[in-house]
Design a protein around this ligand. Structure first.
Ligand code: ADP
Ligand code: MG
Length: 339
């Protein structure tokens, strides 16, 4: 019998990977913002058109790339962030899979402009569906600009499945908020269809929350601080009387990375037990810092799920820290007493 197995060409492999990494415009926003942060940017600008369907551009003032790296950055598994398997257990960067740019370039029209501080001139590369169209030397400021146009141009099924602009924009803004909340010391701005939708100057955490969610948020924030050997918690919960039905003010960050965790969410709910009206959801903005060796982020390409070594301990510490804060601020301690 003849042999029938073949290695897939790179552009096909990239397109398959893209299916996992890039679900919608917001996924591109997340990847590009994270790359800007990993590059040490202090100012990051996000520009979108038509909710990201026609344009997503991120401009940063980070360290930029050499001409060779600029070209390599679009190869799959090409990364400057890890060197070996051990590095996976001490991650200090958002990225490490070296897949995002390769995936995005497989399913969109991409233009990269980048320059390192000491270089006179920068590099401009255009790629369409994994195919390099041009590479030139350009005048460009220090840092990187990555523009992603016509997302899913070569995958009509995906393009057709995108939701309305209103829905896609909501996802884009959610991603923008998550990244901006995790990094209050970075200046962020966002423009949609030519107008500025967010302008977030460098600030502290409380101020960043208020800048995003409105001045009224300030009075409802109760600080939560806890430091143990396994876990440091810092951030805020909302006073119970301000709780609304919606869950759009619930944020966990683990080592500056937004994550979803039904289990930890449960810990918060249980700390609020007896304090909330029916159906009301607690607000929380909590940063957990743990030893990177005690977590595994590599369980899903989008990295919003994390595996903790000792979930039960985290649960208990979190619950008691939140309870303590609510008690300290004299929030209906009687209720606990009655139980
Ligand atoms: P990863 O972030 O997992 O390394 P990416 O595909 O997102 O993979 O990026 C590949 C590489 O390109 C990065 O490791 C980094 O060296 C470089 N890079 C990407 N975006 C930027 C940027 N905004 N500034 C500087 N370097 C960047
Ligand atoms: Mg990346």
């Amino acid at each position: 019998m003849a042999d029938i197995i073949q290695l897939l060409p790179d552009h096909v492999a990239n397109q398959i990977a893209a299916g996992e990494v890039v679900q919608r415009p917001a996924s591109v926003v997340k990847e590009l913002l994270e790359n800007a942060i990993d590059a040490g940017a202090t100012t990051i600008k996000l520009i979108v058109k038509d909710a990201g369907k026609t344009l997503i551009q991120v401009i940063d003032n980070g360290k930029g790339m050499s001409a060779t790296d600029a070209r390599l950055s679009f190869e799959r598994h090409a990364t400057s962030k890890i060197r070996n398997a051990e590095d996976l257990f001490q991650l200090n960067t958002k990225g490490f899979r070296g897949e995002a740019l390769a995936s995005i370039a497989a399913i969109a029209h991409v233009e990269l402009k980048t320059k390192q501080e000491d270089d006179e001139l920068g590099t401009c590369i255009e790629i369409e569906g994994s195919e390099v169209k041009s590479q030139d030397v350009v005048v460009t400021p220090k840092g990187t600009s990555l523009a992603v146009k016509n997302l899913f141009f070569n995958i009509p099924a995906r393009r057709n499945f995108l939701k309305s602009n209103a829905v896609e924009l909501r996802h884009v803004i959610d991603e923008f908020h998550r990244v901006a909340l995790a990094h209050p010391s970075i200046t962020f701005s966002m423009f949609h269809n030519g107008s500025e939708t967010f302008n977030l100057p460098e600030s502290n955490y409380r101020q960043r929350i208020v800048n995003i969610f409105g001045t009224k948020t300030n009075e409802k924030l109760v600080p939560v601080e806890e430091a143990t050997e396994v876990l440091t918690i810092s951030g805020f919960v909302g006073k119970p009387e301000f709780a609304k039905k919606s869950r759009n003010e619930q944020f966990f960050f683990v080592n500056n990375r937004f994550i979803k965790s039904a289990y930890l969410n449960h810990a918060i709910n249980s700390a609020f037990e007896g304090l909330l009206k029916d159906g009301a959801q607690p607000s929380y903005f909590l940063n957990l810092t743990v030893n990177p060796q005690t977590i595994d982020i590599n369980i899903h390409p989008t990295k919003t799920e994390i595996k903790f070594d000792d979930e039960h301990t985290l649960y208990a510490i979190l619950r008691s820290a939140v309870k303590h804060s609510l008690g300290q601020f004299n929030i209906a301690p009687v209720l606990d007493f009655e139980r």
